[in-house]
Design a protein around this ligand. Structure first.
Ligand code: SDX
Length: 392
């Protein structure tokens, strides 16, 4: 078999055939199962969208009600997982807590029956239902409080916001949060979805698949960017500081968080919708000056980098929505994960039904036929460094 040309980061290399979502990076177009993201954001809900992504069509009223009922009845987590989370350090990042607890779910559901639709549905329901509970539980426990039980009388988004703050959100806040989950649910073969697919292709359990994807999403070049954007806006502080900040960043060849995308070479359509959501929140919760900084930075980056196709991506405005909802910054990426579980599960299901284990090749750049040198004859050649600063 001839080696296909090597492309760093597999840029432009198809890793699968998929019918789940479609992105046109030049047009700024995103479709889930053929439906435009703008339509789903305006008319659907996250759970209905999750059903569409995973099973390939919109549920009828009965199917949706049954799916919602199943999710509600599986929101609680095992007390052993809660007790495990109580041992996590408060200083730990919530994405690490989520990855550990998602993997721990597999301890309770270890039987693998991947080609049984009932097993697949049970795993889908458990993960969609329990991931928000685990994120909220860690939030309350790291503050020294007992986690609260999910409320079966609240919808998916409202229940998460309630579990996070112990206060019932306003209908507007719940609706806007639900739209954010829909916007973040799926995005073709991004890094964390690719992780999920590679892990799924070995026929391991779905909990390991999701834990693998969570670890990948956590990186600042991927889902972790939404938290970094808020750090950046706080560092800039005011509209007057935007140009000096940008000049310095570009001089240092730094990446501007929340900008750029491997596929979009125009503004990410999700960023546009998120901007509308944050403006809606201003009517209920008041203006946020960081939004003025963000818009000024967007204009300034466009002047400097539009020629490279660098525009805001999904992570640029999402943090401002969550901040307006009173959500702590380091929960922004776990919220991205709560939503993306739907897309990861859709690709998991698609992968296991048309599977071939991922095993790419490489272009070898190392040596051959090297001798084994006895330790007494070896020169000191490794870089000498101290790990003292990291061995706390
Ligand atoms: C997500 O894949 C997905 O779909 C992901 C996602 C999803 O829904 O799953 O959309 C979610 O991860 C969004 C991206 C969030 N990350 C960030 O906002 C971090 C900042 N962005 C960059 O690190 C970067 O844009 C990436 C990682 C997103 C994409 O990197 P690429 O495609 O590998 O681009 P590149 O590094 O090859 O850069 C191409 C050029 C370079 O300039 P030159 O060296 O050619 O002169 O564009 C420049 C880069 O320097 N560039 C940037 C930039 N991003 C790219 N310059 C300044 N700031 C940036 N943010």
């Amino acid at each position: 078999m001839s080696i296909v040309e090597y492309r760093a980061g597999l840029e432009g290399v198809p890793a699968t055939q998929s019918a789940i979502s479609f992105v046109d990076g030049r047009q700024g177009l995103l479709e889930y199962r053929g439906i435009r993201i703008e339509e789903l954001a305006a008319h659907s809900t996250f759970l209905e969208t999750a059903y569409l992504l995973i099973w390939g069509e919109l549920p009828n009223q009965k199917e949706l009600e049954s799916f919602e009922r199943e999710i509600r009845s599986h929101r609680r987590i095992k007390y052993r997982i809660r007790d495990m989370m109580k041992c996590f350090p408060e200083s730990g990042h919530p994405m690490d807590a989520l990855q550990a607890s998602a993997a721990a779910l597999g301890l309770f559901y270890s039987r693998r029956d991947l080609h049984n639709p009932a097993y697949v549905r049970a795993a889908v329901v458990r993960l969609l239902a329990k991931i928000p509970t685990m994120v909220a539980a860690f939030q309350l426990m790291r503050k020294g409080n007992d986690p609260v039980q999910p409320r079966d009388d609240l919808g998916y988004a409202a229940n998460f916001l309630y579990m996070l703050s112990e206060r019932e959100p306003s209908p507007l806040a719940a609706r806007i949060f639900d739209v954010c989950l829909t916007l973040h649910a799926e995005h073709t073969i991004n890094a964390s979805t690719f992780s999920a697919m590679v892990t799924a292709s070995t026929f391991t359990d779905p909990y390991a698949v999701i834990a693998s994807a969570v670890g990948t999403l956590a990186g600042p070049l991927h889902g972790g960017a939404n938290e970094e954007v808020l750090d950046m806006l706080e560092e800039i502080g005011s509209v007057e500081n935007v140009h000096p900040y940008l000049e310095r960043a570009l001089d240092q060849k730094s990446r501007i968080m929340g900008f750029g995308h491997r596929v979009y070479k125009v503004k990410d359509p999700r960023a546009t919708i998120l901007q509308q959501l944050v403006e809606q929140l201003f009517q209920e919760f008041g203006h946020d000056s960081y939004y003025d900084v963000a818009m000024a930075l967007e204009r300034a980056v466009e002047e400097k980098l539009a020629h490279k196709g660098i525009y805001p991506n999904v992570d640029y405005y999402s943090g401002l929505v969550y901040r307006k909802l009173g959500i702590p910054k380091d929960l922004f990426t776990p919220i991205f994960a709560i939503a993306r579980v739907a897309g990861w599960l859709a690709h998991w299901r698609e992968q296991i039904y048309e599977n071939r284990i991922f095993r790419p090749t490489q272009i070898y750049t190392g040596l051959h036929e090297c001798p084994y040198v006895p330790i007494t004859e070896r020169q000191m050649n490794g870089a000498q460094f101290s790990t003292a600063e990291y061995s706390s």
